[in-house]
Design a protein around this ligand. Structure first.
Ligand SMILES: NC(=O)C1=CN([C@@H]2O[C@H](COP(=O)(O)OP(=O)(O)OC[C@H]3O[C@@H](n4cnc5c(N)ncnc54)[C@H](OP(=O)(O)O)[C@@H]3O)[C@@H](O)[C@H]2O)C=CC1
Ligand SMILES: C[C@H]1O[C@H](OP(=O)(O)OP(=O)(O)OC[C@H]2O[C@@H](n3cnc4c(=O)[nH]c(N)nc43)[C@H](O)[C@@H]2O)[C@@H](O)[C@@H](O)C1=O
Length: 312
């Protein structure tokens, strides 16, 4: 990475900002684009690449959201993600980027894939209905990287992150993932501004990885991996949503009862990644779930915790 121009697309997002922090010590020159360079617009993307000519591209820009957002904005999750991927991946090829890292997601494996899910489970069965639009777009991005490797010899790789969380997460209750939502709800319950409501039955199982660990894994993959197979990046730390809510309540100091909202979907019953391939490449995570939740809650408070009146 030393001396390379590394473009982090989506640098204001949770993953993008963690990557910018992680790349500080790598001796590379980090490039970012202003938000006005809408990555859905091919002409703007081509122009930006022509002017900046990155050596390495990390594609962390995407339309992202939790289960409710995915289920309720299928067109945006499909269209925006397809457009961003096509434009950035092709511009990287056009400008002869040495390497590109694309990000898939554990939620794009089949809903009922055998657990833990190995990389070869992709495209072996039907998708989870709440996020099939996003999943189709992400699968297309992975396929585009594979096709560009085969036809044009581009060293474009993909990673499959599990559910991520950490500083810079989205705490909006309608569009967020579960962990930031639970942190915010536990905090509001603690200060007497709301119930600690948990969507669904609490029985689904999820695996969580801190975003700083994920950014470190991305840099490790860029340095050590070249191949078609999208590499799973998980923590092995799996909990039920009920256990997670209790852990968050303990860390935040919220003593109230959990209320379960059965009108909200559970989604996939379980999605634990088999991350043994990545372990074989010499990478393992460092941050435990309890440590990560505590530091994320600190960051939430430091950024001025929103109150229930800010809910969208
Ligand atoms: N968070 C998670 O649990 C997981 C994330 N991932 C993947 O990791 C990547 C990063 O996710 P995360 O950091 O959590 O998401 P964020 O929403 O925090 O970040 C995404 C970034 O992309 C930007 N972006 C979206 N659309 C455009 C566009 N049209 N043009 C330019 N920029 C755009 C967003 O800008 P703005 O906010 O201004 O729209 C935002 O800064 C994504 O590829 C996601 O699919 C995969 C698995 C799990
Ligand atoms: C990372 C992954 O994220 C998405 O998949 P998901 O894991 O199902 O997403 P989630 O974090 O929103 O929910 C996890 C579980 O938690 C429960 N849950 C409880 N209470 C709240 C709650 O308050 N908010 C949310 N969002 N969920 C809650 C919720 O009902 C579900 O059972 C994909 O769409 C896809 O986009 C993707 O890539």
């Amino acid at each position: 990475m030393v001396g390379r121009k590394v473009y982090v697309a989506g640098h204001r997002g949770m993953v993008g900002s963690a990557l910018v922090r992680r790349l500080e010590g790598e001796g590379c020159h980090v490039l970012t684009a202003p938000r006005e360079t809408d990555l859905r617009e091919q002409a703007l993307v081509r122009q930006w690449f022509k002017e900046n000519a990155p050596d390495v591209v990390i594609l962390a820009a995407a339309k992202v959201g939790g289960i409710w957002a995915n289920d309720n904005a299928p067109a945006e999750f499909l269209y925006d993600n397809l457009a961003i991927e096509m434009n950035v991946i092709d511009a990287a090829r056009e400008n002869a980027a040495e390497k590109l890292l694309f990000l898939g997601s554990s939620c794009i494996y089949p809903r009922d894939a055998p657990q833990p899910m190995a990389e070869d489970a992709l495209l072996t069965g039907p998708l989870e209905s709440t996020n099939e639009w996003y999943a189709i777009a992400k699968i297309a991005g992975i396929k585009l990287c594979q096709a560009y490797r085969r036809q044009y010899g581009c060293d474009f790789i993909s990673a499959m992150p599990t559910n991520l969380y950490g500083p810079g997460d989205n705490f909006d209750l309608a569009t967020s993932h579960v962990l930031p939502a639970l942190i915010r709800k536990a905090h509001e319950a603690r200060i007497g501004q709301g119930d600690f409501t948990v969507w669904g039955t609490g029985s689904p199982l999820r695996e969580f990885l801190h975003v700083d660990d994920f950014a470190d894994a991305c840099v490790h993959l860029l340095k050590t991996y070249s191949g078609e197979v999208p590499v799973n990046v998980g923590s092995g730390q799996e909990v039920s949503i009920r256990e997670l809510a209790k852990l968050v309540a303990d860390i935040v100091g919220s003593a109230g009862e959990l209320v379960f909202d059965g009108t909200k979907p559970d989604g996939t019953p379980r999605k634990l990644l088999d991350s043994s391939y990545l372990a074989g490449l010499g990478w393992t995570p460092k941050i435990t779930l309890a440590q990560g939740i505590a530091s994320t809650y600190e960051a939430f408070l430091a950024n001025g915790a929103p109150t229930h009146t800010d809910r969208k």
